[in-house]
Design a protein around this ligand. Structure first.
Ligand code: PBG
Length: 325
């Protein structure tokens, strides 16, 4: 006797009935790169289909996102001025703060998440304050907290710290609570590896470090247990959602967190994961739609309930047109 697995694959209707995961436009968060300089909508060369957009050009983009059914965006700012202390990051009238206000005015129901980090704002491109070549941990916490509070003041629905300093969740939670933002959740990039998969993003956000790398603060991908220590600490400090980043090379990590912690897990399908698909599709070497959908199901299967992805608009369009299911 052998098992006849093929019985349950016999027709589309049968396969649709027995499937046990779904992708839904409501799962997706779409990242946006906002330029402080005016009059800009510029395609990012290494990320075809993604743009750096200035505030004055943002409205049609937001309408498109909204009409596609996407309800959540993650904001990155590109300021005109950078300095060693990253002061534009916590300017209450900085580019991200103004973007939050604009989005909330145009689409009050859009869930606006802000990336909290210093690397797009510092002249040296590191994610914190420097002393010589060293990124100072405890000193940076003060600035990160200021950034989070200024985003919340502007109306951000949720903050997402991506800097990887130790103790930032505790510091930020305390600062938000002190200012009365007790209901602003923190979606922490808890498990963020020092990764080559961020390459195109650093072009996009103009945030590559001017010297060295991020290996003293982002995680080493050769370690398996470190992910659990980071997640555990962030939850103790008050994180509401855990992000794993990058996503596709780390499905094992997503699964481990999913099994261990009863909080929503978000997967960040990062820039190079996107760019590689686009490049191969442009060459005609792969079926883009097929590849993207398969990847999204992989993330869901691993346990991610939230997916941050540059493919979000394409997926939303395909779902809307019933081209995928
Ligand atoms: C900022 C930040 C980075 C990404 C998200 N937030 C870059 C980095 O840490 O170097 C990467 C996102 C992507 O590659 O899509 N710290």
């Amino acid at each position: 006797m052998f098992k006849r697995h093929r019985r349950l694959r016999s027709s589309q209707v049968m396969r649709d009935m027995v499937k046990d995961i779904y992708i839904d436009v409501r799962d997706f968060v779409y990242p946006l790169f906002i330029e402080e300089e005016k009059g800009i909508k510029k395609e990012i060369p290494s990320m075809p289909g993604q743009y750096r957009i200035s505030l004055d050009m943002l409205e049609p983009e937001l309408d498109e996102i909204w009409n596609l059914g996407i309800r959540s965006v993650l904001l990155f700012g590109i300021p005109i001025e950078k300095d060693p202390m990253g002061k534009e990051a916590y300017n209450d009238f900085g580019v991200v703060q103004e973007a939050v206000r604009l989005i909330k005015k145009l689409h009050p129901e859009m869930l606006v998440i802000t990336d909290v980090c210093m690397c797009e704002y510092t002249s040296h491109g590191h994610c914190g304050i420097l002393s010589g070549p060293h990124v100072l941990n405890d000193e940076t916490l003060y600035y990160l907290s200021k950034i989070a509070v200024s985003h919340a003041k502007a109306g951000a629905d949720m903050v997402a710290p991506s800097d990887m300093m130790d103790g930032r969740i505790q510091a930020m939670r305390k600062a938000l609570d002190n200012e009365g933002f007790i209901n602003t959740p923190i979606m922490s990039y808890s498990v963020k590896y020092a990764s080559s998969f961020y390459g195109p993003f650093r072009d996009a956000a103009d945030s590559a470090p001017s010297f060295g790398d991020r290996k003293t603060y982002q995680m080493d991908f050769r370690s398996t247990k470190e992910a659990l220590r980071e997640a555990e600490a962030d939850l103790e400090e008050g994180a509401d959602i855990l992000i794993v980043k990058p996503a596709l090379a780390y499905l094992d990590v997503i699964k481990r967190l999913y099994r261990r912690y009863d909080v929503p897990i978000a997967a960040y399908n990062v820039s190079a994961e996107y760019s590689m698909v686009k490049a191969a599709a442009e060459k005609g070497w792969i079926d883009e739609k097929g590849i993207v959908v398969e990847k999204m199901y992989a993330l869901k299967r691993a346990g991610a309930s939230i997916i941050i992805t540059y493919h979000a608009k394409d997926i939303a369009r395909w779902l809307k047109n019933n081209e995928i299911d």
